[in-house]
Design a protein around this ligand. Structure first.
Ligand SMILES: Nc1nc2c(c(=O)[nH]1)N[C@@H](CN(C=O)c1ccc(C(=O)N[C@@H](CCC(=O)O)C(=O)O)cc1)CN2
Length: 277
């Protein structure tokens, strides 16, 4: 068996076209404020893509690039100005932030209605309680890929590897909301491979290159690789695609899988924020 490739680029392109149509129908273009602190090369690539795709969709690009050594109070003042700016529909702080900054405190200065990353306490609480709200982009993008690929989640056993605020935790909650039976693995999980082999749907968001190999995949399972790592050999994920491709029923590639969906969901969340305004 060779796994079917789940084409994130194609699905993301469909979403972007839908977003562009939705933006054209709005009374005014939404403003997306991307805040980049410092000069981390990977973050710069992602923010550049977000800004480009924001403009291509017809939105206003309201970018802020802050020095990497900025103090907490100064960063907070920038967020507060964006929060009060009527041109700003949506705010995101590109993560990770430099170590001197308290990311959670800065994120929580974003008004819930502008929190298109879905990372504030308010957004996270609404997700946990099953109430409407803006959801984190990557987990939402994973759900969109599973839906587009026709994966039945109700009653399925989903295993999530990783428990980050950005992906693992909201991913588990979103899958639970779709009536999957959810197991969350992490660095303290004993016999990770045995747990992963139970999965009908395996979402790997551990941040460890090639963590999951073929021995951890049940034949025919759907495997979603959220990882992205820059190596001398190029980009790779948390899944050893070379070996897993021979066992899985479906697999997302890196690059070209979850990554493009993260940005597509950001744009979709920005339209949702504009509509709720
Ligand atoms: N505030 C946030 N920070 C971060 C998030 C987030 O959702 N919100 N997610 C990740 C990084 N990320 C978005 O910022 C992201 C990662 C990867 C891609 C992507 O399109 N990857 C391409 C390859 C791009 C490349 O050449 O490197 C792919 O996988 O095909 C988009 C967004 C952490 N920070």
């Amino acid at each position: 068996m060779t796994a079917t490739t789940i084409d994130g680029r194609a699905v993301a392109a469909k979403v972007r076209a839908e977003v562009a149509r939705d933006v054209a129908a709005l009374p005014a273009p939404p403003g997306l404020a991307t805040v980049l602190v410092g000069d981390d090369p990977a973050s710069a690539v992602y923010v550049r893509s977000k800004r480009r795709q924001c403009v291509e969709a017809g939105m206003l690009d309201l970018h802020r690039h802050l020095p990497g050594d900025i103090e907490q109070s100064a960063a907070a003042a920038v967020v507060d100005r964006l929060a009060d700016d009527p041109r700003v529909t949506a705010i995101l702080l590109q993560l990770p932030l430099p170590p001197q900054l308290d990311a959670a405190a800065l994120i929580d200065r974003i008004p819930p209605e502008k929190d298109v990353d879905g990372l504030t306490e308010s957004s996270a609480g609404r997700l946990a309680l099953g109430r409407p709200g803006l959801r984190p982009c990557t987990p939402t993008g994973v759900l969109a890929l599973l839906d587009e690929h026709g994966v039945a989640l109700a009653g399925a056993h989903a295993v999530v590897v990783g428990r980050s605020d950005l992906v693992g935790k909201p991913m588990a909650q979103l899958l639970l909301g779709r009536d999957a039976t959810v197991t969350v693995c992490h660095s303290r999980t004993r016999d990770l491979a045995a747990t992963c082999r139970q999965a009908d749907v395996l979402v790997v968001a551990a941040g460890v290159p090639h963590l999951v190999t073929a021995n951890a995949v049940r034949p025919g399972a759907t495997v979603i690789d959220v990882g992205i790592h820059r190596t001398n050999a190029g980009l790779c994920g948390d899944v050893d695609a070379g070996s897993v491709r021979a066992v899985a029923g479906a697999l997302t590639p890196v690059p070209g899988g979850v990554g493009p969906m993260t940005i597509a969901m950001l744009l979709r969340n920005t339209v949702a924020a504009a509509r709720a305004h």
